[in-house]
Structure formats: structure tokens, C-alpha cells
Write a protein that binds this ligand. Structure first.
Ligand SMILES: [Zn+2]
Length: 187
């Protein structure tokens, strides 16, 4: 019985790893989220992706999430992720996978490039878990956006309400705004 269970557990882990590879995850994500050995993950990666995984460090800084467009993408993803955690009992990594798939669907529906990679989405959830990032409600529109934890909510204005001068109130801001709005409204 124990043997059967361990095979099923392994099958589930392989399935998760394959899903993550197909979404473009870095090998470090797979190492962190499964018990499969590095050698097996490497083989799996090559088989599924048809190439070797890219080398190099994962992005460890929170800075990327604070820049204008990435912040809006990250906020959209995190709103979906928080919603899924509220209404379902998914394992942590499955919630990241599902939320990321929904985020990509939203981007495609808006005809936009998904700026947030699944590896960054996964990092973002870790940053929130360890208190390095949080969500703050915009004092103008009330939407929830990724911020540093010390943000003063009373004064906080999001990137859609206050886009950088060079960006203007462009098509992108409008499309992202409606994606963010509909993602939250639908749920
Ligand atoms: Zn706002």
C-alpha cells in the first residue's frame, strides 16, 4: 500500500513538474516544489522543453515588481491568486499554477503580452509569504496592488491612476485596468 501511494505521489509530482516546465518555469522552481532529484528533473526538463534549462541565478530582488507595467501585471496575478486561496483548498504550488494560467488567459483575452513569467509569479508569492511584499488598496480606485509592506495606504495611488508621464493614459493602461477589473469582478 505504501508503495502504491509513493508511486501516486511521484506521478503527481511529475505531472506538476511537466505543467511548470510547459509554463516556462526555471529548474530552480521545480527543485523547490518537488522531491524529484536534480538529475531526474534535468532529464524531464530536456524531454518536455526540448532543450537544456537556462542557467543563472533566480531574480532575488523585489525591484522588478515595483516598476510600472510589471507592477500592474503582478497585481493582476496576485489578485487572482488571493481569490483562489480564498475559495479553494489548493496546495500552494497548485494555486500558483492555476492563478498563472488564469493570468495568461486574461492577457490573451486583452491581446497583451504576459510580462510576468511563472518563475517571477512564484517568487512573488514567496515575497508575500515572507513579508517582503504585500498588497495595498489604491486610495483613488480601491484596487489592490503589489507594494512594499511599509506603504501608507491613505496616500497610496496605483500605477493605473497615476501612470508615469511618458506612458500617458495609453491603450495598455486601459486594457490592463479592464483585465484587472474583470478578474476581480468575475470572482
Ligand atoms: Zn488606482
Amino acid at each position: 500500500m505504501a508503495r502504491t501511494k509513493s508511486i501516486l505521489t511521484e506521478a503527481k509530482q511529475i505531472e506538476r513538474a511537466v505543467t511548470l516546465i510547459n509554463l516556462g518555469a526555471r529548474l530552480q522552481v521545480l527543485e523547490s516544489e518537488t522531491d524529484l532529484s536534480y538529475e531526474r528533473l534535468l532529464r524531464l526538463y530536456k524531454e518536455v522543453a526540448g532543450k537544456s534549462p537556462s542557467k543563472g541565478q533566480l531574480p532575488f530582488s523585489t525591484d522588478w515588481f515595483m516598476t510600472w507595467q510589471p507592477n500592474i501585471h503582478a497585481s493582476l496575478f496576485l489578485n487572482i491568486h488571493e481569490y483562489l486561496n480564498k475559495v479553494s483548498a489548493l496546495d500552494e504550488i497548485d494555486a500558483v499554477i492555476k492563478a498563472y494560467q488564469l493570468y495568461v488567459e486574461q492577457m490573451q483575452a486583452q491581446g497583451l503580452e504576459p510580462l510576468l513569467s511563472v518563475t517571477r509569479a512564484w517568487r512573488l508569492v514567496k515575497f508575500v509569504d515572507n513579508g517582503m511584499l504585500t498588497m495595498t488598496a489604491c486610495s483613488k480606485c480601491g484596487g489592490h496592488y503589489v507594494t512594499h509592506p511599509h506603504e501608507i495606504a491613505r496616500h497610496y495611488v496605483c500605477g493605473l491612476c497615476n501612470p508615469p508621464a511618458r506612458a500617458g493614459k495609453g491603450k495598455l493602461a486601459g486594457a490592463l485596468g479592464s483585465a484587472l477589473g474583470s478578474a476581480v469582478a468575475e470572482h
